[in-house]
Design a protein around this ligand. Structure first.
Ligand code: S3P
Length: 426
């Protein structure tokens, strides 16, 4: 896919709904007592993998109207043992959260993934074993074999800030026979699970960095509106900022404070992004965003800030490549265990396009050149966020960018290129 340079981005758009809430909604709907409704469901490879997974476990999932997904919950202990492995495809959130749910079921389950997921650390085996489940992995990587058990509550201190591991343990905590399960996080990570659980009748509390969940007898079916994903809005925010004369509005974006780190960072760099029309949907804050072109200046990102923009760091590296001054990212070693080693894939992609990026063990050093990037050819390396990075780089480049593996955007955002094209003037 060749992405030509853009003059500006103008218009009004919406983006696919929060991927992680879609996945959480499907998994929790599957063990609720009756039918739950997820409105504004964003179909993508990762969210469809969640639907296929619960179907394999005997759950009836219907879509009576486009974007309205109804999950026929089988009750807390009602999932059926499938005849073969459950394929989590590329989706780490699905693999880890489903492991937490299966740890409390009767039966044996095998979770597999694609080549990328099969090379990533599972990380949930230790806490789930401590709770009483039998969990086997291939030296810490998928496939994951789980034999459910009657679980016991634990207090688990996360060795690294991870919303996926936190959520896996909290979901297993719903099945713990003997009291509240507590997860302690080193840094606050996205709290979509914690926000969703009360609407299913679950008691959950936070004290400082410790989150506790109480076991339940049953889960109430629920009904939610899922807002737009800030991670899917982010490419548009960067493209509009870096092209002259842009004026773009992204409507209905989730502005959960555990997810808005990139907005704060862009603002610090001089971006002009207005957040307006704040409201709530499905227990989450939502707003419309308006972005206008602006010149950017360099900034540093330290460990404490990383969880709030972890999936936007590739785009940060692009923005910093076109900002005045030198930017430094540290404490971001989590990037090495994402869909690809994003410290390597981001550095390789941006250098191929003329960016001055140096990979560090836990981040990047980026020397900004406040002119258009040269452009050229880059490889998405099977990673949806790197494919979108390449597309935005094309728009803000001098010569355009050929994105190898552009179809990878479908992991989180099918229709990305069409939407981008619809607001681009050349
Ligand atoms: C996610 C958490 C993040 C993020 C991922 C989705 C989630 O991973 O990178 O894309 O839905 O919980 P961590 O487990 O590193 O927080």
């Amino acid at each position: 896919m060749k992405v030509a340079p853009a003059a500006s981005l103008v218009g009004d758009i919406g983006v696919p709904s929060v991927k992680g809430i879609c996945q959480r909604g499907v998994l929790l709907g599957a063990i609720a007592d009756g039918e739950s409704e997820l409105r504004g469901f964003g179909h993508a490879a990762d969210t469809d993998a969640a639907i296929s997974a619960v179907r394999a476990l005997g759950v009836d999932v219907r879509e009576p109207k486009e974007g309205v997904v109804r999950v026929g919950g089988r009750g807390l202990h009602g999932l059926r043992m499938p005849s073969g492995p459950i394929d989590c495809e590329n989706a780490g959130t699905l693999l880890r959260l489903l492991s937490g749910v299966l740890a409390g079921q009767d039966g044996r389950f095998e979770l597999v993934g694609d080549a990328s997921l099969s090379s990533r650390p599972v990380r949930v085996e230790e806490p789930l074993r401590r709770m009483g489940a039998r969990v086997e992995t291939n030296a810490g990587r998928p496939p994951v074999l789980i034999e459910g058990a009657r679980l016991q509550a634990v207090r688990y201190e996360l060795p690294a800030a991870s919303a996926q591991v936190k959520s896996s343990v909290l979901l297993a905590g719903l099945f713990a026979a003997d009291g509240p399960t507590t997860v302690v996080e080193p840094l606050a990570t996205r709290d979509h699970t914690e926000r969703l659980l009360p609407s299913l009748g679950v008691r959950i509390s936070r004290r400082g960095s410790a989150i506790s969940v109480w076991p339940v007898e049953r889960l109430r079916p629920f009904s939610i509106d899922i807002p737009g994903d800030i991670s899917s809005a982010a490419p548009f925010l960067v493209a509009a900022t870096l092209t002259a004369g842009s004026e773009l509005r992204v409507h209905g974006v989730n502005v959960n404070p555990t997810r808005t780190g990139f907005l704060d960072v862009l603002e610090r760099m001089g971006a002009r992004i207005a957040i307006f029309n704040r409201r709530a949907a499905g227990g989450e804050p939502v707003a419309d965003l308006e972005v206008r072109s602006a010149p950017l200046v360099a900034t540093d990102i330290a460990r404490e800030e990383v969880p709030r923009l972890v999936d936007e760091l590739p785009l940060f590296a692009l923005a910093a490549s076109m900002a005045r001054g030198r930017s430094v990212v540290r404490g971001a070693e989590e990037l090495r265990v994402k869909e690809t080693d994003r410290i390597e894939t981001v550095t390789t992609a941006l250098r191929a396009l003329g960016g001055r990026v140096v990979a560090r063990e836990d981040g990047f050093d980026i020397t900004g050149v406040p002119a258009r990037l040269r452009g050229g050819r880059m490889d998405a390396a099977g990673d949806h966020r790197i494919a979108m990075l390449g597309a935005v780089a094309g728009l803000v480049s001098r010569d355009g960018v050929a994105v190898e593996g552009a179809e990878d955007v479908a992991i989180s955002f099918p229709g990305f290129f069409e939407l981008l094209d619809s607001v681009t003037t050349r």
